[in-house]
Ligand binder design. Structure first.
Ligand code: KG4
Ligand code: ZN
Length: 342
């Protein structure tokens, strides 16, 4: 089956075509980063308007690259979680195209897309695997048995890892988006000048808590002259603390489940220090570590088209209603065979 996927949940407009036999045929991402940079964060109203401007030109590009619209057999779009105004752009376009083309349509879960993005790689992980999902809105560890069969092992009690990166970047005077900028600054930071806590690692369990780290950074820098080196040193120590914490919890989850494959997905999965440290831990523990390539860690439609394919090809689809959900707990996801059309 050949599926068109659309992604408009936040500040990236993306479209992709995935084919069950040939794999990913085309994908395009337009990032709104420049638009929101002046405001220091995503402005939802501006995001929706920009999706309206960019989505159809992007769609034409991927359809041209994939050999036209005539071969599309289904349409998938991100129906949540995300900014509702932004989601509605993708939902309206996707549902209308599917109506016009007389093909099935399905609203899919953005985080499930991130979780399954490693299946786009040439040597995909096999089920079951443990997934560390680290994005701007979510941090969780899950045992993945199959499509829609997820057991959440632990999650963030407050800020997501990406959110902690973004907030700390702001404190350090960096622009939006903060994660990649903080990581770049950390490259120039010296190790062991500052040391921040590894939250919730001293007690058992697989939950996370990152909100205290930004306070630790503020306290550490309070009475110092805030020159470039001090900011870089703080960025380095912050990154070390987050990465260490994530690695400790991954190892713990692998031990508890006795699963031998670990997947790291979501925007923070693009972080180089995290990738290197998780890889080293995997080698030491004899565990296979799989990442999506960096462009499929951050928001994209390739993962949405792939997920759409996995579910639509199994017979799952929606009715004619459009779907857009700001919040959508992953625990509500079901395997394709157990799903009923809206
Ligand atoms: O998965 P994603 O693109 O969007 C969501 O679904 O949230 O994740 C975005 C998050 C942002 O918080 C961003 O700062 C963070 O991922 N991020 C990074 C890096 N690249 C993106 N954080 C740390 N290091 C990076 N290299
Ligand atoms: Zn995302």
């Amino acid at each position: 089956m050949r599926i068109l996927g659309l992604e408009t949940s936040c500040d990236e407009t993306a479209a992709a075509v995935y084919d069950g036999n040939a794999g990913l045929l085309a994908h395009e991402v337009y990032s709104q980063v420049d638009l929101h940079a002046a405001y220091g964060g995503v402005v939802p109203e501006l995001a929706s308007r920009d999706h309206l401007r960019k989505l159809l030109p992007l769609l034409r590009k991927v359809l041209d690259a994939a050999g036209g619209s005539g071969t599309i057999e289904g349409v998938a779009y991100t129906s949540g979680p995300g900014l509702v105004g932004a989601l509605l752009v993708g939902a309206s376009v996707a549902r209308s195209l599917a109506y016009a083309w007389r093909v099935p349509c399905l609203g899919v879960h953005h985080m499930e897309g991130h979780l399954l993005a490693p299946l786009l790689e040439p040597e995909p992980p096999e089920f079951p695997f443990v997934a560390l999902l680290v994005s701007g809105g979510h941090t969780l560890l899950a045992r993945v048995e199959g499509i829609g069969r997820y057991e959440v092992l632990g999650s963030s009690l407050d800020d997501a890892a990406g959110e902690a990166f973004d907030k700390t970047a702001k404190l350090l005077g960096l622009g939006y988006p903060g994660g990649p900028q903080l990581a770049a600054l950390a490259e120039r930071g010296r190790p062991d000048v500052f040391r921040f806590p590894r939250p919730l690692t001293e007690r058992p369990g697989l939950d996370f808590s990152f909100s205290g780290l930004k306070t630790a950074v503020v306290v550490a820098l309070r009475d110092r002259e805030l020159d470039d080196q001090a900011r870089a040193d703080a960025a380095r120590a912050f990154e070390e603390a987050v990465v260490d914490t994530l690695v400790i919890k991954c190892r713990r989850a692998l031990e508890a489940t006795e699963v031998r494959t670990l997947v790291v997905a979501g925007g923070v999965g693009a972080n180089r220090r995290l990738r290197a440290r998780v890889r080293a831990m995997g080698e030491q523990a004899g565990v296979r570590v799989v990442y999506p390539r960096v462009e499929f860690c951050t928001d994209n439609a390739a993962m949405i088209a792939l997920l759409g394919h996995l579910r639509l090809a199994a017979g799952q689809h929606d009715g004619l209603a459009l779907r857009a959900r700001a919040r959508w707990p992953m625990a509500e996801l079901v395997s394709p065979s157990g799903a009923t059309p809206l």
